[in-house]
Design a protein around this ligand. Structure first.
Ligand code: XMP
Length: 516
């Protein structure tokens, strides 16, 4: 792989993704990894990421100069560039002139790294310190107003570096520079793609599972569906999926899992109809946190019971259920320490926890993948597009999109309104532009309206379209007025209980994406 050493900013994941977009497999290690640990991964190349520190700060992470003597090509970016310059005897100093955001660099000599670059180019920077003198043996490729040395290379030793961030879209020639490093500098072949993962994972799953039985909790979301499809491809009917229908799904979603997903993948599915049970447990409850706890608790109980039944059935047929499939993705692995083994894994909220007397080992076939790659794998495996492209949807479902008590009638109203909003957003081609659009029913609020000749006293529906990269922060999406108008007219005409549609124009923070 290409190993990306993470110096602590959010850029390492982005770099790793860009490398993969160049069809080269990448992995991330923390900067605390030793040279031996890094080399143990047999890297084809190493990239040192940017980071928040100044190389002069007391506890600033450093690079062990031994890393540059291993004969492995290295690219330093931003902080990684400075740390590299310093480790090899160059000088890094405060310039008194920070460069943040768009900057123009002058390319004096393109060398290998900047082949194809215009002599003057816009790039995205974020630094206070700068490299003043390149280490011996290096050729200076570019300069900027705040960086006497903005990029350099030593072709003999195959060491490269740049002050700007090639991984961000605001550096238009960035991907080209990364590819120059990968293909020419490091001479790696662009032969990786997410589809390759399928064959490797199928083999790995077979080796791990043997002839034991496997269980998987399906939520209808992208990750659990693709993970299940992959395990099914590997071990067929040794896998049983459990789908708990808690009655808090949107229109058509249960059918997507029970009919479309099964038809497309051949997965063996156990459906538990727990709709009544959830409604009963939620009766009379309005407090959001209490609702979440009840839904979580009931979910675990129902899933436990179903898992037991699968285990018992399997026992009758002489096989043991030893494995549980989880749709853990690479960002979860990196964020929880990047270690190997199951100890670091976050508990997945779709399967909130498992009973002590059911011991499973985890099968996590998506552990090395980013979300967009999971989607590519899903499409390749024939998972229906309606699932592969599904926007995030919370585990507690519509239960936390009804402000006030959750009742069967209110769920029907919300489902009808939500399905209109979704249909119109899809028709307007906006699905991939918005991160998600919760549709919320204010069950405890009524307002006066007029329809035909009569006064109405109905409930408002809130539209909450948001744009986001990771759901940690979000902005409200500026939807075209015509689309909003169509959604509003259709909902108020077609859903009799609703006489008003309002738009949530709050970013996150201070608002959260969901209302509860
Ligand atoms: P908030 O409302 O905290 O939501 O801004 C951030 C993202 O998380 C989703 N979400 C959940 N997902 N179980 C989930 O699987 C949950 O309990 C849950 N609560 C919120 C929400 O839809 C958004 O994408």
């Amino acid at each position: 792989p290409v190993v990306v050493v993470d110096f602590g900013a959010q850029y390492a994941q982005l770099i790793a993704r860009r490398v993969r977009e160049a069809n080269v497999y990448s992995e991330i290690v923390p900067h605390t990894a030793t040279v031996d640990q890094i080399l143990a991964r047999k890297p084809a190349a190493i990239i040192l990421s940017g980071g928040p520190s100044s190389v002069y700060a007391e506890d600033a992470p450093t690079v062990d100069p031994a890393l540059f003597e291993a004969g492995v090509p290295v690219l330093g970016i931003c902080y990684g560039f400075q740390a590299m310059a310093r480790a090899l005897g160059g000088t890094v100093a405060r310039t008194g002139r920070s460069e943040y955001g768009g900057t123009s660099v002058a390319v004096a000599h393109a060398g290998e790294l900047l082949q194809g670059s215009p002599a003057q180019q816009g790039v995205w920077m974020s630094h206070g310190d700068a490299v003043h003198e390149a280490p011996e043996g290096f050729e200076v490729l570019a300069t900027s107003p705040g960086s006497p040395v903005a990029a350099f290379e030593d072709r003999d030793r195959r060491l490269y570096g740049m002050q700007w961030h090639p991984e961000v879209k605001h550096s238009p020639m960035g991907q080209r520079a990364l590819e120059n490093f990968l293909y020419d500098g490091a001479r790696v072949r662009p032969d990786w793609n997410p589809g390759n993962v399928i064959a490797d994972q199928v083999a790995a799953i077979r080796a791990q599972v043997g002839d034991a039985r496997v269980i998987c909790g399906l939520s209808g979301g992208v990750d659990s569906s693709v993970a299940a499809a992959l395990v099914q491809r590997a071990v067929g009917d040794q896998l049983t999926c459990v789908f708990v229908d808690h009655g808090l799904l949107r229109a058509g979603e249960a059918e997507q899992v029970e009919t479309d997903f099964v038809a497309a993948t051949g997965v063996q599915l156990k459906v538990v109809d727990a709709r009544e049970r959830f409604l009963t447990a939620l009766a009379g409850v309005s407090d959001p946190e209490t609702k979440r706890k009840i839904i979580g608790r009931e979910f675990i109980r129902v899933f436990e019971q179903a898992a037991r039944e699968v285990v018992e059935d399997a026992g009758e047929h002489g096989a043991e259920v030893k494995f549980l499939v989880q749709g853990t993705l690479y960002p979860d692995v990196v964020e929880s320490g990047g270690g190997e083994g199951a100890a670091n894994i976050k508990s997945h909220h779709n399967v909130g926890g498992l009973p002590d007397d059911l011991q499973f080992s985890l099968v996590e076939p998506l552990r090395t993948l980013f979300k967009d790659e999971v989607r590519a794998v899903g499409l390749e495996l024939g998972v229906p597009e309606s699932i592969v492209w599904r926007q995030p949807f919370p585990g507690p479902g519509l239960g936390i999109r009804i402000v006030g008590e959750v009742t069967a009638e209110r769920l029907e109203v919300l489902r009808a309104a939500d399905s209109i909003a979704r249909a119109e957003l899809t028709r307007a081609g906006l699905d991939r532009e918005i991160w998600q659009c919760p549709v919320v029913l204010l069950g405890d609020v009524r307002s006066v309206g007029v329809q035909g000749d009569g006064r109405t006293y109905g409930h408002p529906i809130v539209l909450r379209p948001v744009s986001s990269e990771d759901a940690m922060t979000a902005d409200w999406t500026r939807l075209p007025y015509e689309v909003l108008a169509t959604i509003s007219t259709r909902i108020t005409n077609e859903v009799p209980e609703v006489n008003r549609v309002v738009l949530d124009v709050t970013s996150k923070p201070p608002g959260t994406i969901e209302w509860e």
